[in-house]
Design a protein around this ligand. Structure first.
Ligand code: CMC
Length: 459
C-alpha cells in the first residue's frame, strides 16, 4: 500500500506567499486504483513538518480540523465548488451517475406516482404522508391560499404596468413578513409550521397575481375546491367562466414539473436561503432572498435562454452552423446543456422529455421541438460536448413545455419558484434544527497595504 500525496497549493494562496501543504490521502490501495480502504486523510504543513490526521465523514473532511493545524489559512473556493457548507438529509445527487433522490426516493418514481403536494410534505417531514396526514396537510395548504387584500391592492397593483412578474414575486414574498408578526418566532414549532404552510400555499396565488397584473387582467381568487396545481392554473387562465377546468394532462404535466423542481440540494438559491436564514431572519425574508437568487439567468432563467436560442436558430438547417459557432466560441453557449454537478444526462431532463410528448399531444407540437431534438442529437455525438461531459439539463425541454402551455417567457422563473419554495423551506427548517452557525466566510485580501488619507485637493 502506497500513500498518495496531493499538493494543495491553493489552500495557502493569498498573503504570506508561496507556502505549500502536502495532503496525504494515506490509505489508498494503488493495486486496485484509488480505492479507499480507510476513512481518513493526513495533512502535513511543509513549513513546520507538523501533520494531522483527519477522519473522512460522509465524503467530507472537517475544515475546523484543518484549521487546528493551519490557523489563519483559509480555503480559497470561489463559487464554493469544492465546499460542503452543511450536512443535509433532504436530497441525494450523484452527478456522474445521473441520480437524484428526495429523502431516498428516486426522482423517477416520484415523478411517475406522486404529486407535488405529497413531495412537498416528504421534503419537509422526511417521510411520505399516510392518508390521514396527507388529508390534514392538503387541507392546511388549501386554507392558506388567499393573500391579504393589501398585498394585492397596495403592493402588487402599485407596480409599474410592465413590471417583471419575478420582480413582483420577490418583493411580494418579502412584504409578507410585515403581515405576519409571528413569523419572527422561528424557534416556536407551531409558528414555524404555520409560516411554511402559508408560504407554500400563497406562492401560486402571488405568482398568478403577478402575471395577471402584468397582462392587465383582473385578479382571480383561489378556488379552494381545486387541487393545488389546477388551482394555480385557474388563477392564471380563468376569464369569465364560472369555474375554470384545467386540462387534466396539462395539470398533471405541470405537477410533474413542480415535482422535478422542488429541490436540488445546495444550488445558488437554496444556499441563499440557508445563508440568510442563518442570521435568523424570518422565513419570508429568507425566501425572498432565495427567489432573488433564482431570478438570475444562470439559475432560474436558463430555460428562457433556451427558447430565445431555439427561436434565433429558426430552422433545422441552421442547427449545424450554430453548433459550429458554439464550438468556435463565437456563438455563445448551447443553452440548456451542461451542469455544474451533472456530468451525465440530467435525470430530470429524461423525465421532462417524456412529459413534453404528453403535453404536445394536447397543445400541438412546438415548432421549436424539432430544432431542439436535432441540437441534442448532434451535440450528443460531437467530440466537443462528449469530452466536456455536456448533456441536456432540466432546462433544455422545460421551456418548450411552459411555452406550449401558454406561459409567457417572463413567468418561467416564477414557475420554478413555486415548487422550489418547498425545498427552500425544507433546508431552512433543517438548518434551524441543526443549530447551525451564522454564515460568515473569510476572504483572501488582495487590496492595498495601509496608506494615509489625503484631502481631495491633494489627490
Ligand atoms: N455550451 C458549450 N460549452 C459549454 C457549455 C455549454 N452549454 N457548458 C460548459 N461548456 C464548456 C465550457 O466552455 C468549458 O470549456 P473549456 O474547458 O474548453 O473552457 C467547459 O465546458 C466547462 O465549462 P464550465 O463553465 O467550467 O462549467 P461550469 O460547471 O462552471 O458551468 C453551467 C455549468 C451550467 C453554468 C454551464 O454548463 C452553462 O453555462 N450551461 C448553459 C446554461 C444552462 O443551461 N444553465 C442551466 C443549468 S441547470 C439549472 C439548475 O439546475 O439550476
Amino acid at each position: 500500500m502506497q500513500p498518495v500525496t496531493l499538493a494543495a497549493d491553493r489552500l495557502v494562496k493569498g498573503h504570506g506567499g508561496a507556502s505549500r501543504i502536502g495532503v496525504d490521502i494515506g490509505d489508498f490501495d494503488l493495486t486496485e486504483g484509488l480505492r479507499r480502504v480507510a476513512e481518513s486523510i493526513t495533512i502535513t504543513d511543509n513549513r513546520t513538518g507538523q501533520s494531522l490526521e483527519i477522519p473522512l465523514e460522509n465524503g467530507g473532511v472537517s475544515a475546523a480540523d484543518f484549521s487546528k493545524l493551519l490557523p489563519g489559512t483559509w480555503f480559497y473556493d470561489p463559487g464554493l465548488t469544492a465546499t460542503a457548507a452543511c450536512e443535509s438529509a433532504i436530497t441525494y445527487l450523484d452527478g456522474d451517475a445521473g441520480i437524484l433522490r428526495y429523502r431516498g426516493y428516486p426522482i423517477e418514481q416520484l415523478a411517475e406516482d406522486s404529486t407535488f403536494l405529497e413531495v412537498a410534505y416528504l421534503l419537509l417531514n422526511g417521510e411520505l404522508p399516510t392518508t390521514d396526514e396527507f388529508a390534514v396537510w392538503e387541507r392546511e395548504i388549501t386554507l392558506h391560499t388567499f393573500i391579504h387584500e393589501n398585498v394585492r391592492k397596495r403592493f402588487l397593483e402599485g407596480f409599474h404596468y410592465d413590471a417583471h412578474p419575478m420582480g413582483m414575486l420577490v418583493s411580494a414574498v418579502a412584504a409578507l413578513s410585515t403581515f405576519y408578526s409571528d413569523a419572527k418566532d422561528i424557534f416556536d414549532p407551531d409558528s414555524r409550521d404555520k409560516q411554511i404552510i402559508r408560504l407554500i400555499a400563497k406562492m401560486p396565488t402571488l405568482a398568478a397575481a403577478a402575471h395577471r397584473f402584468s397582462v392587465g387582467m383582473p385578479f382571480v381568487y383561489p378556488d379552494n375546491s381545486l387541487p393545488f396545481t389546477s388551482n394555480f392554473l385557474s388563477m392564471m387562465w380563468k376569464i369569465a367562466e364560472p369555474r375554470f377546468a384545467a386540462d387534466p394532462v396539462l395539470a398533471r404535466a405541470l405537477d410533474v414539473l413542480f415535482i422535478l423542481h422542488a429541490d436540488h440540494e445546495q444550488n445558488c438559491s437554496t444556499t441563499a436561503m440557508r445563508v440568510v436564514g442563518s442570521s435568523h431572519a424570518d422565513p419570508y425574508s429568507a425566501t425572498a432572498a432565495a427567489a432573488a437568487a433564482l431570478y438570475g439567468p444562470r439559475h432560474g432563467g436558463a430555460n428562457e435562454a433556451v427558447i430565445r436560442m431555439l427561436t434565433d436558430i429558426g430552422s433545422i438547417e441552421n442547427v449545424e452552423p450554430f453548433i459550429a459557432s458554439v464550438k468556435s466560441g463565437s456563438g455563445g453557449r448551447l443553452q440548456g446543456f451542461g451542469h455544474r454537478v451533472y456530468k451525465s444526462y440530467d435525470p430530470r431532463a429524461k423525465i421532462i422529455k417524456k412529459t413534453a410528448d404528453e403535453v404536445f399531444a394536447v397543445t400541438g407540437k412546438s415548432p421549436l421541438l424539432d430544432i431542439a431534438l436535432k441540437l441534442e442529437e448532434i451535440a450528443l455525438s460531437d467530440e466537443y460536448f462528449i469530452s466536456r461531459k455536456l448533456y441536456p439539463n432540466v432546462d433544455f425541454y422545460s421551456g418548450l413545455i411552459y411555452q406550449a402551455m401558454g406561459f409567457p417567457l417572463e413567468m418561467f422563473p416564477v414557475l420554478f419558484a413555486i415548487p422550489r419554495t418547498a425545498g427552500w423551506l425544507a433546508h431552512w427548517q433543517e438548518m434551524l434544527n441543526q443549530d447551525s452557525k451564522i454564515a460568515r466566510p473569510r476572504q483572501l485580501y488582495i487590496g492595498s497595504e495601509e496608506r494615509n488619507y489625503r484631502p481631495i485637493g491633494e489627490r
